[in-house]
Write a protein that binds this ligand. Structure first.
Ligand code: SF4
Ligand code: SF4
Length: 56
C-alpha cells in the first residue's frame, strides 16, 4: 500500500525532497502522493512536521 497525505498537511514542502522516487507533488490544499510511484519507504512521514503522511 502507498502512503497517503492526510488533510492535516500544511503544504510546507519538506517531504518532496525526501522522497526517493519523486512520488510527491504539491496540490492546492495539501501535497499528494502518486500511489503508482510510492514504494512505502516512510521517508516523507519522518520529514513531516505535522505527521500528515500515513500508511494507506
Ligand atoms: Fe515517497 Fe517513501 Fe513517502 Fe512513498 S513513503 S511518498 S516513496 S517518501
Ligand atoms: Fe504536507 Fe507534511 Fe509534506 Fe509538509 S512535509 S508538505 S505538511 S505532508
Amino acid at each position: 500500500m502507498a502512503y497517503v497525505i492526510k488533510d492535516e498537511c500544511i503544504n510546507c514542502g519538506a517531504c518532496i525532497e525526501e522522497c526517493p522516487v519523486e512520488a510527491i507533488t504539491a496540490g492546492d490544499d495539501k501535497h499528494v502522493i502518486d500511489p503508482e510511484k510510492c514504494i512505502d519507504c516512510g521517508a516523507c512521514a519522518g520529514a513531516c512536521p505535522v505527521d500528515a503522511p500515513v500508511e494507506g
